[in-house]
Design a binder for this molecule. Structure first.
Ligand code: XMP
Length: 531
């Protein structure tokens, strides 16, 4: 494997203008990037350790945003940046810590706020100078979201105060001549009224972007660049799980190289009802090598009698590797061929690496290293897209809604939603019950408002009565959560009537279930899955 970029090929070459987000450790770094992208402008988040020389090499750099961060600029070990950045001739917006850093580096004074003055947390009434480009066309008063214990006691030369609050005279600063702006508050969070409009003003009125980051453009140019990279003879091997990311990747590659793409879809028998057929159908419109491996027997045999969830995960992961390896051997890799994987941008940012190559290095466990070596390179064309952008790209490529809007589904599938040992019979029971629950959610029009919802087959049996007879059957749990990041989650307040309809249908239509409960725990202390 001997490519530039450590053998990893991403899709970023297609951006015609770029905003650099330098990350100083703030919790909202991804959010800033998402907001910028929502304004149709391409941006990338890089750690604040990115050397200035690298910044200078960025083609089409239109502006820089310094993010917030937990430090104090006057402390010695706090992250700083090369002052030369202010001589690049591109506008800079500093947010919270980024604002203080800008002030500090340009000769202002930042101090720890004393008492209540100028130290602000949470929603704060703020007054704006609407003559300033950042606030152009916006109301003169509004609420901003603050989170700072330091304040600027002296602003740098050339800067004006352009916003203030009741407690703090310098909530935002601007040097309009040089295009430098700083806000103590976070325009990227929803609590800041018109925050996104302020970012839009920075992008369009200060950085003068065209705003051509749109999925249609990305799709066209990425298909083209994939064709160039793969060449006229190269083939591509992809493990397709049926989830959003790998499906969109498969569609993109199908568009780029048609039947030189081989998708290996392993049906381990632990999928939801109809899922295997749905995935296969979604790809029938492309002329690709779609290999569906029906490996249900193989997986169920390995899982026989295993109750420990960790053990189940290990067995399924290992078996998946063996099945995929068998297919990779048949593929007969040459040095013109590529391996593709569906890394998306949050995977990249969350690793803190800001560099796709370093992250997926350790994800590449699907095939042994000596096999990976045989490929010409690894393609990761989605590695700069957020989840919603990945979905938009899927729509652009004509993937059906049932794939594009698919909720998250764990790799080990139903095996971790069956508590205790896994059998074909239990999988079938759970598949039916889960299908009915999802069907009732869809009929009630709730699908779009819930983050994830599914059924769990517990290993508890309880007494019931059906007709004239006593039953002793499974307890089924229904689970639904609302969350933005799956790190924490709240249980969904599904209307009783909907739960009732699902419950009545499940006990009537699915044999071996005689009792149903609804999980009303949040995460933490529970997790989303039961395992
Ligand atoms: P937990 O149960 O940890 O789940 O609160 C958080 C989210 O992760 C999903 N999940 C997985 N996704 N492979 C995946 O791709 C897995 O092995 C896996 N296990 C859990 C879970 O469904 C939820 O969305």
């Amino acid at each position: 494997m001997a490519n530039a970029n450590n053998g990893f090929i991403t899709g970023t070459e297609s951006a015609s203008e770029m905003i650099l987000i330098l990350d100083f450790g703030g919790q909202y770094n991804q959010l800033i990037a998402r907001r910028v992208r929502e304004c149709n402008v391409y941006c990338e988040v890089h750690p604040c350790t990115m050397p200035l020389e690298e910044v200078k090499k960025i083609k089409n750099l239109k502006g820089i945003i310094f993010t917030g961060g937990p430090n104090s600029v006057y402390k010695e070990d706090s992250p700083h940046y090369d002052k030369e950045v202010f001589n690049l001739g591109v506008p800079i917006l500093g947010i919270c810590y980024g604002c203080q850093l800008m002030a500090h580096l340009l000769g202002g004074v930042v101090e720890e706020a004393q008492g209540d003055t100028a130290r602000e947390y949470g929603k704060t009434k703020t007054y704006f100078n609407t003559q300033c480009k950042l606030f152009k066309g916006l109301p003169e008063q509004g609420v901003t979201w603050m989170s700072h214990g330091d304040y600027m006691s002296k602003v740098p030369e050339g800067f004006e105060l352009v916003a203030h609050s009741d407690a703090c005279p310098n909530v935002a600063i601007a040097d309009e001549k040089r295009g430098f702006y700083g806000t103590q508050y976070h325009p990227e969070v929803n609590h800041t009224e018109h925050g996104k409009d302020m970012l839009r003003n920075f992008l369009y009125d200060v950085c003068h972007v065209k705003g051509d980051w749109q999925m249609g453009n990305f799709c066209k140019s990425t298909v083209e660049s994939l064709r160039n990279t793969i060449g006229p003879e190269g083939r591509v091997l992809l493990a397709l799980s049926g989830g959003v990311d790998s499906s969109v990747l498969a569609a993109l590659l199908a568009e780029a190289v048609g039947n030189r793409l081989t998708c290996v879809f392993v049906d381990h028998g632990l999928l939801r009802k109809n899922e295997g057929d749905e995935v296969e159908k979604a790809f029938s419109k492309w002329d690709i090598n779609f290999v569906r491996v029906n490996a249900q027997e193989r997986f169920l045999t390995k899982l026989k009698g295993v109750s420990d969830p960790k053990q189940k995960r290990i067995i399924i992961g290992a078996e998946f590797g063996y099945v995929f390896l068998d297919e990779a051997i048949k593929f007969d890799i040459t040095n013109k061929d590529f391996f593709a994987q569906g890394t998306i941008y949050p995977d990249v940012i969350e690793s803190g690496a800001g560099n796709a190559a370093q992250i997926k290095g350790h994800h590449n466990r699907l095939l042994p290293p000596e096999m990976m070596e045989k490929f010409s390179g690894v393609l990761e064309p989605l590695s700069m897209l957020f989840k919603d952008e990945t979905r938009a790209l899927g729509r652009e490529l004509g993937l059906p809604d049932y794939i594009v809007n698919r909720q998250p589904f764990p790799g080990p599938g139903l095996a971790i939603r069956i508590i205790g040992d896994v059998t074909k019979e239990k999988c079938d029971i759970l598949r039916e019950a889960d299908f009915i629950f999802r069907d009732e959610i869809a009929k009630a029009g709730l699908a779009g408002s819930l983050s994830q919802y599914f059924a769990v087959l517990t290993d508890t049996l309880s007494v019931g009565v059906m007709g004239d007879g006593r039953t002793y059957e499974h307890l089924l749990a229904l689970r639904s959560v609302n969350t933005s990041d799956f790190m924490t989650a709240d249980w969904s307040r599904i209307p009783y009537e909907v739960l009732d309809r699902a419950s009545v249908r499940i006990v009537n239509e699915v044999p071996h279930i005689n009792r149903i409960c609804y999980d009303i725990t949040s995460k933490p202390p529970a997790t989303v899955e039961w395992e």
